[in-house]
Ligand binder design. Structure first.
Ligand SMILES: [Zn+2]
Ligand SMILES: [Zn+2]
Length: 50
């Protein structure tokens, strides 16, 4: 089984990068921000609304 997990930034839909809890530095920097959508820019994630 894969050990990959979802990005720890709650609204983000991306898989986390290897060795990181986040898919990108954007999400890591945004972890303390209250936001309902992710703007990391990854295909299939940017503008994602729950
Ligand atoms: Zn994202
Ligand atoms: Zn992310």
């Amino acid at each position: 089984m894969s050990t990959s997990s979802k990005c720890a930034h709650t609204p983000c839909q991306c898989p986390a990068a290897p060795g990181s809890k986040y898919c990108s530095t954007f999400c890591e920097d945004s972890k303390d921000l209250t936001t309902l959508e992710c703007d990391c820019g990854h295909t299939g994630c940017a503008g994602q609304k729950l």
